[in-house]
Design a protein around this ligand. Structure first.
Ligand code: COA
Length: 177
């Protein structure tokens, strides 16, 4: 998968990206937003995950890069369900200088265009923690709706937090374009 937008490109992850993933996931601020606590991953763990991913039929792992070829983030498409034309996604912009500048939204719109109109998906879902307001804002701008709340689904420190279940249909996305 090679997608080209205005400022970002999306491509399949390669072996050379493993060290970026390690750096991004080990950043405490990013880990808090995607896991609710430290991730403490290693090159070996991410290498194994990368190799396992190559053989999985229901997962696609992608890198977001700038036009100059700098890797800035990661998107995973998981739970690919061809019969029901749906999948889940997870994403991170790992280079924090690129937060709040529209890169995440642009990358996700680019991917969704391809998923809905190129690959004929009908639905894409994701989960986001209640305190991750930036991510919620980005998803809502694109047309994701909150479909439910998994109450206290996350333990973060000594407190439990809700997980928002969000989803977007092809028709929502097309309406919002
Ligand atoms: C979430 C993420 C992918 C969004 O990408 P991004 O490029 O930073 O986001 P964008 O700039 O496209 O959009 C963010 C929006 O949130 C807004 N925002 C930022 N902080 C906010 C806050 N605390 N409360 C409400 N809105 C906020 C921004 O103003 C922007 O909206 P605008 O375009 O109307 O001004 C990226 O920030 C990221 O990877 N964060 C760390 C990991 C993460 O949270 N992953 C998602 C897990 S579900």
């Amino acid at each position: 998968m090679n997608l080209t937008g205005e400022r970002v490109k999306i491509r399949k992850i390669t072996r050379e990206d493993i060290s970026h993933l390690v750096k991004w996931k080990n950043d405490p601020e990013i880990a808090d937003l995607i896991k609710g606590g430290p991730i403490n991953t290693t090159f070996e763990i991410e290498k194994r995950r990368y190799e396992k991913g190559l053989g999985e039929y229901d997962i696609i792992r992608l890198i977001i890069e700038t036009f100059s070829g700098k890797p800035i983030g990661f998107i995973s498409i998981t739970d690919i369900d061809k019969q029901n034309r749906k999948a889940q996604i997870g994403m991170l912009i790992g280079e924090k200088d690129f937060w709040n500048r529209g890169y995440g939204t642009e990358a996700l719109v680019l991917l969704l265009k391809h998923m809905f109109f190129g690959l004929d998906f009908n639905r894409v879902g994701l989960e986001v923690f209640e305190y991750n307001l930036r991510a919620q804002k980005a998803y809502e701008k694109i047309g994701f709706k909150v479909e439910g709340i998994q109450r206290q689904g996350l333990k973060r420190g000594n407190r439990h937090y809700d997980i928002l279940i969000m989803g977007i249909l092809k028709e929502d996305f097309a309406r919002n374009l």
